[in-house]
Ligand binder design. Structure first.
Ligand SMILES: Nc1nc2c(c(=O)[nH]1)N[C@H]1C(S)=C(S)[C@@H](COP(=O)(O)O)O[C@H]1N2
Ligand SMILES: [Mo]
Length: 356
């Protein structure tokens, strides 16, 4: 039996695998919960399967490519560009898993992988629009095709498993990765990278004038000063949560965060019956929201491992959101807004905040 499916089947499977890799890649950025571990598995196994498919395809079209490049056909050149970007995305993904990293001025090899993944999209769309041929039933027919695809899926899963084993055996920097791909940053307290993900870079917050506003769909909106939140003023009792901050740049730290439980703040304000979401606003305009039941469990931290938060890590107050990716841990919080509906604008705000 020939292991390689028919050309058109290979092409469409590449498209499906690319779509899967892109979709799981995007989704993986927004989740940090172990329950969503399968998303990361599909991303890894799908990427490895894609490598095999691309190998078949490139071997097949090689003569056409050389002819096209020699005659300077821009269509072929664009296709070559697509192949190069896609292969670079695969390569950087695998290299990251194997423990490699790069210092790209604050960006990591994982960021580069994400960037390459996004750069694949325009030439891919163009390639599909220009060249896609509808597959005929012959391309798929029969038990053979089913077996080929079962084999492919199995090979992807096994390659993924083997890769995990190799990394563990080599004990490279890749070995301590979480299922999200992130690697540990050591240290204690404030000693770990301070990350602002696009442009946020506020002046240090002056807690003489700073207040936390609790408002929106509540019965008794109020403001609290810094002392009230650290326990000195006694509005709400501080508590400590051990929680893991996992940034999509590919690192994580685990710390003891001390602060006030959001549920206590909401109880003090008395939420209305229609309250469904809670958005945390930063002094920079950055903001992120959570369903109210989840928001109640979160901590607004003033301290990390017993140290007052440094400016870079969000002094005076930051969100601590276990199982959520770092970008949702809003820093320099100044308002807790109780809402009746979801805040879609946050997806714009996290990209454009800090632009003045
Ligand atoms: N206001 C604001 N909060 C923010 C960010 C930001 O850019 N602005 N970056 C987020 C991202 S991407 C991460 S990973 C964490 C990083 O927290 P750290 O600076 O303590 O490492 O903060 C989050 N909170
Ligand atoms: Mo991040």
């Amino acid at each position: 039996m020939r292991f390689e499916p028919r050309p058109r089947a290979v092409d469409w499977t590449i498209l499906a695998a690319l779509a899967l890799a892109l979709a799981t890649g995007v989704v993986s950025l927004a989740t940090g919960s172990v329950r969503d571990g399968w998303v990361f598995f599909l991303h890894g196994a799908g990427g490895l399967t894609l490598t095999v498919l691309l190998f078949w395809k490139l071997r097949r079209v090689r003569p056409r490519i050389s002819a096209g490049v020699r005659s300077g056909s821009w269509r072929v050149l664009l296709s070559v560009y697509l192949a190069v970007v896609a292969l670079a995305a695969l390569l950087t993904g695998v290299a990251w898993v194997l423990g490699a990293n790069l210092d790209l001025g604050g960006w990591t090899l994982l960021n580069l992988h994400i960037g390459l993944g996004l750069v694949v999209v325009p030439p891919l769309v163009w390639h599909v629009l220009m060249r896609a041929r509808r597959p005929t039933s012959e391309d798929w027919e029969g038990r053979r095709t089913m077996l080929q695809y079962a084999g492919l899926a199995l090979a992807g899963a096994l390659a993924w498993r083997a890769q995990q084993a190799v990394v563990a055996a080599l004990d490279t920097a890749g070995a301590d990765r979480r299922f999200t791909g992130s690697k540990p940053e050591g240290g204690t307290g404030n000693r770990y990278p301070a990350t602002s993900w696009v442009l946020d870079d506020p002046d240090p917050v002056d807690t003489e004038s700073w207040r936390l506003h609790v408002a929106g769909s509540v019965e008794r909106p109020f403001r609290a000063d810094y002392a009230a939140l650290t326990g000195d003023g006694g509005t709400v009792a501080p508590t400590v949560d051990r929680a893991l901050l996992d940034c999509t740049s590919g690192w994580y730290v685990e710390r003891d965060w001390r602060g006030v439980r959001v549920g206590d703040l909401l109880d003090a304000a008395g939420t209305s019956d229609d309250a469904r979401w809670v958005t945390f606003h930063s002094v920079t305009g950055y903001r992120f929201g959570f369903p109210i039941e989840q928001a109640r469990e979160l901590l607004l931290a003033t301290h990390v491992d017993g140290e007052r938060l440094s400016h870079g890590h969000g002094y005076p107050l930051r969100v601590v959101a276990p199982d959520r990716r770092g970008f949702q841990w809003v820093k320099w919080v100044t308002a807790v807004e109780v809402r009746e509906s979801r805040d879609w604008g946050q997806w714009v705000a996290i990209f454009v905040s800090g632009i003045d």
